[in-house]
Ligand binder design. Structure first.
Ligand code: NAP
Length: 244
């Protein structure tokens, strides 16, 4: 079986299936340096679009494909749907639930990162904490009015906000750590993707405690017709039921 990974869920799924005696290969994009490695076999790098992935599924005799990529990794999810259909391989997507606002939260939901950047640029002056990743920072590059604290795993390439403090860090994060970060930089607005999950949720708790408003980027939709579960347990059961 092949797991499209790069998430904690993908690693947990691989560990459970290796433990159950299955021949499991995980695929990583190769985007970050020093990634957490799953158990089982691992391959790294793109497939060359949906055709390349379909060919890989056929060549490797893959029986089951699981898309356990990040909820915002929309291209590989679309490729997985096309390739699975083309190669006639069953496909399951695993998506952790998104976050929901709690009492005391001041959230604005937006459809994409450019809309989040526009909301940040239009916000009252002050420091903006951006946690939407290093690839879309060009969207914030025209705002010279705000101080930006940008947190990424690896350094960004390309345009960035003109007044930027870069924080290189990798989750999981704690509420105390997030409170310290927000207080130290005087953060007045948080921008986040609706990634969901516990590993990066602490920033939302900290924002609530400090009364900091949050701009939340909604998830892209899954490709139509793809079966989806929201937990590693359900995905494990789905795979095992097909492994005979
Ligand atoms: P993406 O935009 O959906 O995919 C871009 C291209 O990267 C794909 O077309 C594919 O290249 C390659 N790719 C992506 N995931 C791959 C995988 N697991 N194995 C092999 N090739 C892969 O993806 P992304 O948003 O850059 O995310 C890349 C990886 O980082 C994913 O594995 C994802 O789970 C992880 N991740 C993403 C985020 C996020 O916010 N987007 C956050 C945490 C982790 P080809 O077309 O050549 O096959």
């Amino acid at each position: 079986m092949l797991i499209l990974g790069g998430t904690g869920e993908a690693r947990a799924l691989a560990a459970g299936l290796v433990d159950a005696g299955l021949d499991v290969e995980s695929s990583l994009a190769g985007r970050v340096s020093n990634p957490a490695m799953p158990l089982g076999r691992v391959r790294v790098g793109g497939f060359g679009g949906p055709h390349g992935l379909a060919a890989y599924l056929r060549e490797q005799g893959v029986d089951v494909l699981v898309d356990a990529t990040h909820p915002f990794a929309a291209t590989i999810s679309a490729n997985a749907a096309l390739a699975a259909a083309r190669a006639n391989v069953p496909l399951l997507a695993v998506r952790r639930p998104g976050w929901t606002a709690a009492a005391g939260d001041d959230w604005t939901r937006v459809p994409d990162v450019p809309a989040a950047a526009a909301a940040a640029a239009a916000s009252p002056s002050g420091t903006v904490l951006v946690t939407t990743g290093r690839r879309d920072l060009a969207a914030y590059a025209h705002d010279a009015m705000h101080e930006y604290v940008v947190r990424t795993v690896d350094p960004p390439h390309g345009p960035t906000p003109p007044r930027m403090t870069l924080v290189l860090d990798r989750g999981p994060y704690t509420v105390d750590g997030e409170l310290e970060l927000m207080r130290a930089h005087g953060v007045r607005l948080l921008v986040t993707k609706d990634s969901g999950g516990a590993l990066t949720e602490a920033k939302l708790v900290a924002a609530r405690q400090l009364g900091v408003p949050v701009v939340v980027v909604d998830r892209p939709p899954l490709p139509a017709g793809v079966e989806c579960v929201d937990s590693v347990g359900a995905a494990t059961a789905w795979v095992l039921s097909r492994a005979g």
